[in-house]
Ligand binder design. Structure first.
Ligand SMILES: [Zn+2]
Length: 121
Protein backbone atom coordinates (compact mmCIF):
# COMPACT_ATOMS: atom_id res chain seq x y z
CA UNK A 1 0.00 0.00 0.00
CA UNK A 2 1.45 3.39 -0.91
CA UNK A 3 1.07 6.44 1.28
CA UNK A 4 -1.44 7.89 -1.15
CA UNK A 5 -3.55 4.73 -1.03
CA UNK A 6 -3.43 4.84 2.72
CA UNK A 7 -4.46 8.48 2.78
CA UNK A 8 -7.34 7.78 0.42
CA UNK A 9 -8.57 4.96 2.61
CA UNK A 10 -8.21 7.12 5.70
CA UNK A 11 -10.33 9.86 4.14
CA UNK A 12 -13.11 7.33 3.66
CA UNK A 13 -12.68 6.04 7.16
CA UNK A 14 -12.70 9.51 8.71
CA UNK A 15 -15.72 10.63 6.72
CA UNK A 16 -17.64 7.50 7.67
CA UNK A 17 -16.70 7.94 11.33
CA UNK A 18 -17.74 11.60 11.25
CA UNK A 19 -21.14 10.66 9.78
CA UNK A 20 -21.50 7.96 12.43
CA UNK A 21 -20.82 10.40 15.25
CA UNK A 22 -23.20 12.98 13.84
CA UNK A 23 -25.88 10.30 13.63
CA UNK A 24 -25.18 9.17 17.19
CA UNK A 25 -25.41 12.68 18.56
CA UNK A 26 -28.66 13.22 16.67
CA UNK A 27 -30.14 10.01 18.07
CA UNK A 28 -29.12 10.90 21.60
CA UNK A 29 -30.70 14.31 21.39
CA UNK A 30 -33.86 12.82 19.91
CA UNK A 31 -34.05 10.38 22.81
CA UNK A 32 -33.48 13.12 25.30
CA UNK A 33 -36.21 15.15 23.69
CA UNK A 34 -38.46 12.11 23.92
CA UNK A 35 -37.72 11.74 27.63
CA UNK A 36 -38.52 15.37 28.37
CA UNK A 37 -41.69 15.26 26.25
CA UNK A 38 -42.98 12.36 28.29
CA UNK A 39 -42.01 13.66 31.66
CA UNK A 40 -44.99 14.39 33.80
CA UNK A 41 -43.73 16.63 36.54
CA UNK A 42 -43.26 14.24 39.45
CA UNK A 43 -40.00 13.89 41.32
CA UNK A 44 -39.15 10.38 40.11
CA UNK A 45 -39.45 11.32 36.46
CA UNK A 46 -37.41 14.45 36.94
CA UNK A 47 -34.65 12.28 38.41
CA UNK A 48 -34.61 10.11 35.31
CA UNK A 49 -34.66 13.14 33.10
CA UNK A 50 -31.68 14.85 34.69
CA UNK A 51 -29.77 11.59 34.69
CA UNK A 52 -30.47 11.17 30.99
CA UNK A 53 -29.44 14.67 30.15
CA UNK A 54 -26.23 14.37 32.14
CA UNK A 55 -25.37 11.14 30.38
CA UNK A 56 -26.19 12.61 27.00
CA UNK A 57 -24.11 15.70 27.49
CA UNK A 58 -21.17 13.64 28.68
CA UNK A 59 -21.39 11.38 25.64
CA UNK A 60 -21.91 14.29 23.31
CA UNK A 61 -18.84 15.95 24.74
CA UNK A 62 -16.48 13.08 23.97
CA UNK A 63 -18.11 12.56 20.59
CA UNK A 64 -17.84 16.18 19.62
CA UNK A 65 -14.21 16.21 20.64
CA UNK A 66 -13.58 13.23 18.38
CA UNK A 67 -15.57 14.89 15.63
CA UNK A 68 -13.44 18.02 15.96
CA UNK A 69 -10.28 15.90 15.68
CA UNK A 70 -11.64 14.23 12.57
CA UNK A 71 -12.66 17.51 10.98
CA UNK A 72 -9.21 18.86 11.65
CA UNK A 73 -7.66 15.80 10.06
CA UNK A 74 -9.87 16.23 6.98
CA UNK A 75 -8.85 19.86 6.85
CA UNK A 76 -5.19 18.84 6.84
CA UNK A 77 -5.96 16.37 4.08
CA UNK A 78 -7.29 19.24 1.97
CA UNK A 79 -4.24 21.40 2.71
CA UNK A 80 -1.92 18.52 1.98
CA UNK A 81 -0.33 18.75 5.42
CA UNK A 82 -1.99 15.54 6.58
CA UNK A 83 0.41 12.98 7.97
CA UNK A 84 3.09 15.53 8.79
CA UNK A 85 4.08 15.88 12.41
CA UNK A 86 2.89 19.20 13.78
CA UNK A 87 6.05 19.63 15.84
CA UNK A 88 9.00 18.25 13.90
CA UNK A 89 7.41 18.35 10.42
CA UNK A 90 8.46 14.81 9.58
CA UNK A 91 6.04 12.33 8.06
CA UNK A 92 4.09 10.38 10.61
CA UNK A 93 4.68 6.67 9.93
CA UNK A 94 1.89 4.91 8.03
CA UNK A 95 1.41 2.30 10.73
CA UNK A 96 0.68 5.05 13.24
CA UNK A 97 -1.81 6.72 10.90
CA UNK A 98 -3.57 3.41 10.42
CA UNK A 99 -4.14 3.16 14.15
CA UNK A 100 -4.75 6.85 14.82
CA UNK A 101 -5.90 8.46 11.55
CA UNK A 102 -6.27 11.86 13.20
CA UNK A 103 -2.78 11.79 14.79
CA UNK A 104 -1.15 15.21 14.66
CA UNK A 105 2.30 14.25 15.85
CA UNK A 106 4.75 11.43 15.45
CA UNK A 107 5.07 9.12 18.44
CA UNK A 108 8.20 10.85 19.67
CA UNK A 109 6.71 14.36 19.61
CA UNK A 110 3.42 13.08 21.02
CA UNK A 111 5.28 11.62 23.98
CA UNK A 112 7.27 14.81 24.44
CA UNK A 113 4.10 16.89 24.35
CA UNK A 114 2.36 14.61 26.85
CA UNK A 115 5.35 14.81 29.15
CA UNK A 116 5.47 18.58 29.01
CA UNK A 117 1.74 18.69 29.75
CA UNK A 118 2.31 16.46 32.76
CA UNK A 119 5.14 18.65 33.95
CA UNK A 120 3.04 21.77 33.53
CA UNK A 121 0.41 20.38 35.90
ZN1 LIG B 1 7.48 14.75 15.35
Amino acid sequence: MTRNDLIRSLVNKLQRRAAEIQEMVRTEFAELQHVSDHTVGDAGDRGIESHASELTSRMAESESRELADIEEALERLRDGTFGDCEDCGKSIPMNRLQVVPHARRCVRCQKASENSQLMAV
